[in-house]
Design a protein around this ligand. Sequence first.
Ligand code: ADP
Length: 450
Amino acid sequence: MANFDKILIANRGEIALRVIRAAREMGIATVAVHSTADADAMHVRMADESVCIGPPSSTLSYLHIPSIIAACEVTGAQAIHPGYGFLSENAAFVQIVEDHDLLFIGPSAEHIRQMGDKITAKETAEKLGIPVVPGSKGGVPDLETARKTAAEMGYPVIIKATAGGGGRGMKVAESEAKLDNAFRTARSESKAAFGNDEVYMEKYLQKPRHIEVQVFGDGKGGGVHLAERDCSLQRRHQKVFEEAPGPSISQEERDRIGSICANAIAEMGYSGAGTIEFLYEDGEFYFIEMNTRLQVEHPVTEGIFGVDLVREQIRVAEGYPLSFTQDDLTINGHCIEIRINAEKLPNFSPSPGKITQYHAPGGLGVRMDSALYDGYSIPPYYDSLIGKLIVHGRDRPEALSRLHRALGELVIDGVDTTIPLFNALLAEEDILTGNYDIHWLEHWLAENLE
Ligand code: ADP
């Protein structure tokens, strides 16, 4: 065990602030890295030190490994927290970090690799006793194999990139007539996005919910689960509204899938935070992937358990045991997060620019994770997420009315945002009752917005 004196955060925006806050509470100094476009960003202002690592393009800055390693060496940072996105699931990066006698705050390169390739991930999950979506055995090399596999499974089917992420390289074929086109498109999208055109196939579930289990491993054979989040409200396979616990999940189901996941993590010897993602339909869970990092939506889990997941990540990286056991973890109330993007409705087109006024909501049970401030200019180069509003209530109805109240207080002027979407959603009966699946939002958008 070695307490860190100083860590570097290889990220930007709200997640960089999130990590700085946890580190500061632990008495650890922080180093921010930034591109030239982010010189005035909040994470740079809030960290104890900062290093400019390159021009605006993320390939030349936030993804540029030599600059990040050099920033550690210059500042004497002992460990790197990757946040989410960017280098957070890059096994080669983890290896390089370790080769330079630095520590990566996250799982081992081997575990990241195992879960990064989706075919290997599914095989690993199956071996660990996790239920998976029915699908092809490994990659599907050509159209003929795709036809055969689809005929065996029955339509509709979904073709997915082996190297996939962020909902890209994914195509649904409702029938054999549509398979050819879907197969080709998935392959070319996947080649363009990930430099790898291998795809695999799954049965396309018609009305599942997206349920993901938060897990934590101590790296020494211990593992716990922190229940589930329901992230079914998605647009183009991207989450926009998340809640914990899942409104459709009973305590019995939670215990069952939770202990399957916790046991798997323990058996793997996994270290740090992870999320095991499932589609859930008719009382069955089907594994789709595992994310070997902190998720955007982690605050809803923090809210219902009252634990700081980033602090826990840092402690595990320092070599400490988890600060809680499974028995310590009891759910308290209900939490909802909405993702606020700088985007113009109805097309969700990016809307960067200067924030003329920003006012964050407050009060009991309200948390706003955002790197905005009055006069800040949102650069056009990065993700359009500008804030997460998280509310906690004693139960789901209280969380919903708190969200409604907090949205009323929130002011973000100067750019277009997705706030109006959430005001509209909170008037929908299905949202109020928790009656939605992964297609609900797309249908609603088609009828009400686009
Ligand atoms: P990514 O890594 O790109 O996010 P995932 O495998 O996690 O890809 O899938 C993202 C989303 O795509 C899921 O939350 C779900 O909405 C949809 N999806 C994925 N696989 C299936 C499937 N077999 N049937 C129906 N929907 C699916």
